[in-house]
Design a protein around this ligand. Sequence first.
Ligand code: PAF
Length: 279
Amino acid sequence: MKIVEDVKEMQKLSKDLKRDKTIGFVPTMGFLHEGHLSLARKAKEQNDIVVMSVFVNPLQFAEGEDFDTYPRDRKRDEELAEKAGVDILFFPSEEDMYPEDFQTHVNVEKLTQVLEGASRPLFFKGVTTVVCKLFNIVKPDRAYFGRKDAQQLIVVKKMVEDLNMDVEIVPMPIVREQDGLATSSRNRYLNEEERKSAVCLYKALKKARQMVEKGTLDTKTIIQNMEKIISSYPFTRIDYISINRTDDLKPLKHIETGKTLISLAVFVGKTRLIDNIWM
Ligand code: PAF
């Protein structure tokens, strides 16, 4: 596995590789877990070369969020990426990505006003800006995004469509721990007791799925039942529970089968966790 730190070097390498090879790209902020590795393995299946980036993007963290404490472990990331079949691991520096006079941003306007965007107003502008830059550097044929960050996936797809970017976005299923908690680098912030409570997100989503399967389509009733489950676990505080259409993220009064995203963000202790199901 080759390690590249310099943006220009990565750009040149990709340009040369693209002459006769396809590139699959997995953008990450590092501290890799099974979710990231499943993306890398899929990229390996579908492309000649797999590039993974590790960059904790300051632009997508607001004041007071966890940019400084976000878990970082480069050596571990290198080992795990290599085992998952990554060919090139790209570790750009902050100075190289955002030089002093950096002043251009990419913003998907409407899809970013709700859900995560309502709670974290700067987040998506930071994500789309860095993903656009990474696409221009890595020049992937395909890029892999987990459904865990459902809105991120929807927003990135919209950016690619609106800006005619020549890359296929491949959505990948959520990877879960044994008890159902979605894998996330932020899970490591949870202490033992909080970790037990963190399963409430999955339990609430499971309840929602059961209700829909049994014929309850009224979203208000489903959300009330989800709230009840979350509130029965200690250390939890609901940020939002929402049921939206998957294409335009409009809130739904009734479940539309095949077009519905049920998503939630919950603080467990100080850690904010997100999860969702598509149905
Ligand atoms: O999902 C993430 O880890 C990040 O938002 C991404 C896509 C790597 C952009 O920084």
